[in-house]
Write a protein that binds this ligand. Structure first.
Ligand code: HDD
Length: 711
């Protein structure tokens, strides 16, 4: 079952009995009768009517009619992969969870990445939060870490989740726009929901348009609890840190990719795994002792807050490697059912009100999505350890339970299955003391909505700040109701005056002197509105370097896609030398030419062509190289699509390299061949070295400064 270099593990072995290969098999009906003809329906005579008795036709069409299941209400668009998790060091002092103690075992995982708002067939490059859900198949049962690529959330209480989702989904009268938050209902809701201010900064940042799913961070978002063998608890935040760094595309690029290849992220993940370039993340934990629960300026239970890494460092404790693509998208990626409530001994919930509400939602949604209470029996959802309990029956039950007893206690069946002592690994909840009044209210410690939004904005590099300003100007520019735009400017003013001013300028509006007080529905109808000014706390920490992608890893070109623009007469020696050097560093090179087939180099050698200018586009690559060779250079310089390719690559701040004698191609572009950052012109060795450094920088965002470019 292992494909190429994609290894087996305990979970993949368990999936084996469910695999079906169509190699040399005879065709049968679903009841096992061998089929003689499944191309012609049964008719009364050759030209006659089709007969109702044709059970082969009926079965085939009926199955087809029922092929679709309800898509996820959120996170419908997703891509999955199998892998393993290996612990570096034991966390035994804080948690008894076996997979976080044992450094020998490899724990199988299945991961599903997703966008949130779009439908199942929507584009990968929507400006959106990305889901980052990991199912650990541990020896003590499944642990699902159902997180996102952003560490905070829009709302503080799960009660508001349906409102948030209704607001961001396409508007109900005309079902527009698809997979986009740039519309009135979303910003109407956000402008009335000041607690979303911090998350909005993340969602308007480049984090919402990742270069690759392999280049995103992941976060458990909520504060969880760890429990050790002694029953002692502490708080924990989970992180995933990608070993390729955190990188994004430009917004203009994202919009183009959505047309050129809406499956861009899915394809990128699939191809990386198929080629053996397995994506890797380190698992990080921020541990907070219980005694420190109240030592922060924010409430640990508030999901709109993060713990700055300057205050509590992230300890990297293990590594996840995704090393196998699913065999069947529907059976695995579509049917996988994640649940925040799937925890194992040693891990527990906190009282974060968003988390508590999620605990109900995830089982409930699988019941409707996967058709009943037996979704845990679908192969991808089964734990690697056996399941025994007195749950029975229901739609699509697969286990054939034997014996008379399906209740406990019982004497007829030896009282099996038996409960397990805590000392032997039986799950027990953390014994938190609760002595409180039942209230529908929110803690005042949740009321500071702006300090971390401000901290996030302050922590960004200038290009990142520009992108946030542009994103807000774009999104609010698509909002038709001026009052909503103005209300949002009022919110932005509380985050950063200059940001509000710049967005107001783009919208042709003024920042309101006295911002409208956003309605806050967390206040009960008979309660007093919040004192708005008291919400504006300033964080003592002015900036946090982990929040800026400018500080990420920039020393590798592994898996980067580089386009070579060439035509007949190309200098084959330089083309091959540059290709060899880049691929040796782990990059992927594609030769793009006026037509498919082969190129004839100046020395007569043949060079295979990977794409033509018709099938390729610059937005699908990380960098471009133009090799020399008189005839090839003349052809590329005269090829409008090639010039457009380079112009776009330049606009999107990508590294561009050209041989000394290929300058004529650069001179045909709007940016020319004058010396500037990220533009490498030279010969062989020097060109290669400088080009590799430039690609590893990911983007030359500084190039945007003049911000006046065509293409
Ligand atoms: Fe959720 C799916 C992440 C809040 C209700 N959520 C879903 C998925 C991810 C998240 C990654 C996709 C899982 C997959 O790939 O199958 N959700 C989050 C995060 C949240 C969050 C990080 C806040 C910290 N979610 C949240 C709330 C509720 C839900 C407050 C409801 C009260 N989420 C759902 C759901 C989904 C879901 C409706 C849709 C499909 C599914 O569960 O299986 O139940």
């Amino acid at each position: 079952m292992a494909k190429g270099n994609q290894p087996e593990n305990e979970k993949t072995k368990k999936l084996k009995p469910h695999l079906a290969d169509a190699t040399g098999e005879q065709m049968t009906t679903d009841h096992g009768v061998r089929i003689n003809d499944d191309q012609n329906s049964l008719k009364a005579g050759e030209r006659g009517a089709t007969l109702l008795e044709d059970f082969i036709l009926r079965e085939k069409i009926t199955h087809f009619d029922h092929e679709r299941i309800p898509e996820r209400i959120v996170h419908a668009r997703g891509s999955g992969a199998h892998g393993v998790f290996k612990l570096y060091k034991s966390l035994g002092d804080v948690t008894k969870a076996n997979f976080l103690n044992d450094t020998e075992t490899e724990t199988p995982v299945f991961v599903r990445f997703s966008t949130v708002a779009g439908s199942r067939g929507s584009t990968d490059l929507a400006r959106d939060v990305r889901g980052f859900a990991v199912k650990f198949y541990t020896q003590e049962g499944n642990f699902d870490l159902v997180g996102n690529n952003m560490p905070v959330f829009f709302i503080q209480d799960a009660m508001k989740f349906p409102d948030l989702v209704h607001a961001v989904k396409p508007e109900p009268d005309n079902e527009m726009p698809q997979a986009a938050s740039a519309h009135d209902t979303f910003w109407d809701f956000i402008s009335l929901m000041p607690e979303s201010a911090h998350m909005i900064m993340w969602a308007m940042s480049d984090r919402a348009i990742p270069r690759s799913l392999r280049m995103m961070e992941g976060f458990g978002v909520h504060t969880f609890r760890f429990i050790n063998e002694k029953g002692e608890g502490c708080f924990v935040k989970f992180h995933w840190k990608p070993l390729l760094g955190v990188h994004s595309v430009a917004w203009d690029e994202a919009q183009n990719i959505s047309g050129k290849d809406p499956d861009f992220h899915r394809r990128d993940l699939w191809e990386a795994i198929e080629s053996g370039a397995f994506p890797e993340w380190e698992l990080g934990v921020q541990i907070v002792p219980e005694a420190d629960e109240f030592k922060f300026e924010f409430d640990l239970l508030d999901p709109t807050k993060l713990i700055p890494e300057e205050l509590v460092p992230v300890q990297r404790v293990g590594k996840m490697t995704l090393n196998r693509n699913p065999d069947n998208f529907f059976a695995e990626t579509e049917q996988v059912a994640f649940h925040v409530g799937h925890i194992v001994p040693g891990i527990d919930f906190s009282n974060d009100p968003l988390m508590q509400g999620r605990l109900f939602s995830y089982t409930d949604t699988q019941l409707i999505r996967l058709g009943g209470p037996n979704f845990h029996e679908i192969p991808i959802n089964r734990p690697v350890v056996p399941v025994h309990n007195n749950q029975r029956d229901g739609y699509m039950r697969q286990t054939i339970n034997r014996g008379k007893t399906s209740y406990g206690p019982n004497s007829l069946g030896h009282n099996d299955p038996q409960q397990v002592k805590a000392a032997d690994g039986g799950f027990t909840s953390y014994q938190e003391r609760i002595d409180a009044k039942k209230v529908r209210a929110r803690s005042k410690s949740f009321f500071d909505h702006f300090s971390q939004a401000n901290l996030f904005f302050n922590s960004q590099s200038q290009p990142e700040k520009n992108h946030i300003t542009d994103a807000l100007s774009f999104e609010l520019g698509k909002v038709k109701t001026v009052a909503i735009r103005e209300r949002m400017l009022g919110i932005l003013k509380l985050i950063d005056q200059k940001l509000a001013g710049d967005v107001a300028f783009a919208l042709g509006l003024k920042v309101p002197e006295k911002p409208e007080r956003p309605i806050n529905h967390s206040i009960p109808a008979d309660g007093k509105p919040e004192d708005y000014d008291s919400l504006i706390v300033k964080s003592s920490l002015k900036s946090s370097s982990a929040l800026s992608m400018a500080n990420t890893i920039k020393d590798t070109i592994k898996t980067r896609k580089i386009a070579f623009l060439a035509a007949d007469g190309v200098n084959g020696a330089t083309l091959n030398a540059v290709k060899k050097a880049l691929t040796a560093e782990g990059a992927v090179v594609e030769v793009i030419a006026p037509k498919l087939g082969e190129l004839t180099a100046a020395d007569g050698t043949k060079i295979p062509v990977d794409q033509s200018f018709l099938t390729a586009a610059s937005v699908l690559y990380d960098a471009v190289y133009v090799p020399g060779g008189d005839k090839s250079v003349a052809a590329i310089a005269a090829e409008a699509n090639a010039v457009h390719f380079l112009n776009e690559a330049f606009k999107h701040c990508k590294a561009i390299a050209a041989d000394q004698d290929a300058k004529a191609v650069l001179d045909a572009t709007y940016f020319g061949s004058a010396k500037q950052p990220g533009l490498v012109i030279g010969d062989a060795k020097k060109l290669i070295d400088e080009f590799i450094v430039a690609i590893a920088q990911h983007r030359v965002w500084e190039r945007e400064k003049p911000r006046q470019v065509p293409a």
